[in-house]
Design a protein around this ligand. Sequence first.
Ligand SMILES: [Mn+2]
Length: 339
Amino acid sequence: MRMAIGQFNKLDEVTLAYGRQLGVTGVQLNTPLLPGQGCWELADLLELKHAVERYGLRLEALENVPLSSYNKAILGLEGRDEQIERLQMTIRNMGRAGIPVWGYHFMPNGVWRTSFSSPGRGGAWVSSFDLSKVEPELPRSAAGNAVADGNEEVRRLIESGPLEIISEERMWQNYEYFIKAIIPVAEESGVKLALHPDDPPVKMLGGVSRIFRSKESFVRAMNMASSDAWGIDLCCGSCSSMDGGANTVKEFISYFGPLGKIAYVHLRDVRGTVPKFEECFLGEGNCNVKEIIQLLKDTGFDGFILDDHVPMIAGDTQWGHRARGHAIGYIQGLIASAL
Ligand SMILES: [Mn+2]
């Protein structure tokens, strides 16, 4: 097990030096800002990889492409084949560039929170979600001015969503179509696909059904793909917010770890479970993080771990250098003490 820094969309030398100084060994980027139109070009990917390697780090994974380049695939809309073709080109180019993992999610309207400034420990800001503050079955066509609480973020998410209600059955059909088209390309290219759980893991938001909100749904997806190239971006924070909380996180690890399906880990936590939870510092959430690290080790996980989201602490940067320094050190200590 090893640590990476990431969740930024472009490399800068200060952050890479910072990662080296903290002792991480790898880098992940989330939706890197690359020039390709709906597809990332080989030359740009190679440049990114070499820039990371010049700092003595490894480019572990890229997570997410712009949603606009596969939203039709997620929603099953006309034009999805063109988007899938370009995504196949991206995956082929990642393979040629030697970038081994592509993380993705299946939420056409993204991650939802109802606040980004809930009070956390010592006045740190944490994000939170409260289902009672949204109208989950409201698609864009019905949104109008009716958004609960007048929450601007929620309004933006609804307005980025589809015009009509998308059923769970249709989302499964869309996923099947999508994964069966890209998994053979991922296999040939030597790229592992890592599926992130729905966040928050509730039945529906913005009129779109959320299908990846339980361990069983991941088993179904794994069987659909039936490939060594199919894997999970195990977001402990998202799994901890599912029914079952900490036990659900442990069930995911105990089931998928021995199968070699955990491509990498987002190690963060929340307090509470759906319908209402808030993010928090490691060690004060639903999970015993020491137990999680030990279980990852015991079930054979040997990939990289990322801090994912962190609270906004006093005097910090937007990316969160201070809070990430804390989270990374916390995880490194637990990795070192795992038996
Ligand atoms: Mn995550």
